[in-house]
Design a protein around this ligand. Structure first.
Ligand SMILES: Cc1cc2nc3c(=O)[nH]c(=O)nc-3n(C[C@H](O)[C@H](O)[C@H](O)COP(=O)(O)O)c2cc1C
Length: 274
């Protein structure tokens, strides 16, 4: 089966698909010819669907992704730049959560949104585990504390050791600074041999955090958990990732207890134009 076909009744031979293909495997001999696949081009297609999505005439039929399989882009649903900028600035890391849990339906919606984050070479190799049970999330936090206790003597510097000691001390007094009492934990993992697994997972988690905020939810990176997740035997066992996968990030998730009223000031961007 060919990689793609061109509906010649619709194609206007405008060359847009040729210009937009990231792998440059679509060729057009001249302005009168229809686009064709470069010899041996199949091998280089990353199945990103840009050819289908960009064609204004619906003439490009990628066999794995015909135009009918691609949702139309609705300009009216796009936020304007000030709204989006405000959302980006207004999202906060949330560290106090309501007891209420988030439904599986809403969590699936978050993952669906995160799933549209870019991935290197469109590999789409971000996998997810969602811990739904708040007690299980607390057990994970306890494992991170065990890890901190075991590695305290190996802490790289005194500041790090001091931070660990404080976290352990407050944990022993009933305060959770690992999961912040969040009811859920969303873990992103990838095969470690993809090109950019850290970046893929971080992008996906950032999308998830922003969409969660727009949906009235709160998130916070679980950095201590992430650091322990590939190093502490009991956590590795509990996560049970497929062979060759590593955890590259995780966020706490729940309904925030408080609403923020202001956007905290940030340092000026460290920017140099050249
Ligand atoms: C990689 C990474 C790891 C983080 N780890 C933690 C963490 O373990 N616990 C925590 O409370 N916040 C964690 N944070 C949240 C940051 O402290 C937070 O993003 C920062 O203070 C700015 O606040 P904002 O997210 O509300 O803008 C982490 C953030 C990032 C990007």
């Amino acid at each position: 089966m060919p990689l793609f076909t061109i509906d010649q009744t619709k194609c206007k031979r405008d060359g847009i698909c040729v210009a937009e293909c990231p792998s440059q495997i679509i060729v057009q001999k001249d302005k009168k010819s229809f686009p064709e696949l470069m010899a041996g081009g199949d091998e280089y297609c990353i199945n990103c669907g840009h050819c289908v999505a960009v064609c204004p005439h619906g003439a490009f039929i990628l066999n794995s992704m015909p135009p009918a399989a691609c949702e139309p882009l609705d300009q009216n649903l796009l936020p304007d730049a000030p709204s989006l900028k405000h959302l980006l600035q207004a999202r906060r890391s949330i560290r106090t959560y309501q007891k209420k849990t988030v439904s599986r339906k809403i969590i699936s919606e978050l993952i669906e949104a995160a799933h549209y984050a870019p991935t290197a070479s469109n590999k789409q190799q971000v996998h997810w585990i969602v811990f739904q049970d708040p007690d299980e999330v607390q057990r994970l936090a306890a494992m991170v504390i065990d890890f901190m206790k075991q590695t305290l003597s190996l802490a790289v510097d005194e500041a790090a050791a001091d931070r660990y000691r404080r976290i352990i001390r407050v944990w022993d007094s009933g305060v959770d600074r690992i999961m912040r009492g969040a009811p859920h934990l969303v873990v992103a993992h990838s095969p470690s041999d993809t090109s950019f697994p850290e970046a893929d997972c971080a992008h996906a988690l950032a999308y998830l955090e922003l969409y969660a905020f727009a949906r009235g939810l709160g998130t916070c990176w679980a950095g201590y958990f992430t650091a322990a997740s590939n190093a502490h035997g009991p956590l590795i066992h509990t996560l049970g990732l497929p062979a060759g996968h590593r955890c590259y990030g995780a966020v706490m998730l729940g309904y925030p207890r408080y609403k923020y009223k202001r956007i905290p000031a940030r340092e000026e961007a460290k920017l140099h134009f050249r």
